[in-house]
Design a protein around this ligand. Structure first.
Ligand SMILES: [Zn+2]
Length: 115
């Protein structure tokens, strides 16, 4: 996602690194959720055990944080729903921000396009 400071016209890109997805998917909490068990029916210790997989992760393993850039806020924002993974990096991208490169659909940074 891009976090935008409208007042100061600055923005920073932040994306989630999928480093601990497997451990999260295999946690007792997520296995029970997969069986259709409501979160309120799962012991709190098991919920915290899953949360701690990310909580205890080194900061650079959780998020990629870009540099703060100048950003002129406009009203020309497209539809933000309809996320699909970039064919190159796998990051989820809003459809309006996908770019076609050969037979692939890529996020703007992977595509090489400027915008
Ligand atoms: Zn990409």
């Amino acid at each position: 996602m891009t976090l935008i400071d409208k007042k100061n016209q600055k923005a920073v890109r932040v994306s989630y690194k999928p480093g601990r997805h497997k451990a999260i998917a295999e946690s007792a909490f997520m296995r029970k959720r997969g069986q259709g068990i409501a979160p309120t029916e799962i012991p709190a210790e098991e919920a915290w055990e899953m949360a701690d997989i990310v909580w205890d992760a080194p900061e650079d393993e959780v998020l990629t944080i870009g540099s703060v850039e100048d950003y002129l806020w406009g009203d020309d924002f497209g539809e933000i729903m309809g996320l699909v993974p970039c064919d190159n990096c796998g990051e989820l991208v809003s459809k309006v921000y996908l770019r076609v490169v050969g037979k692939s659909h890529m996020c703007i940074p992977c595509s090489g396009y400027e915008r």
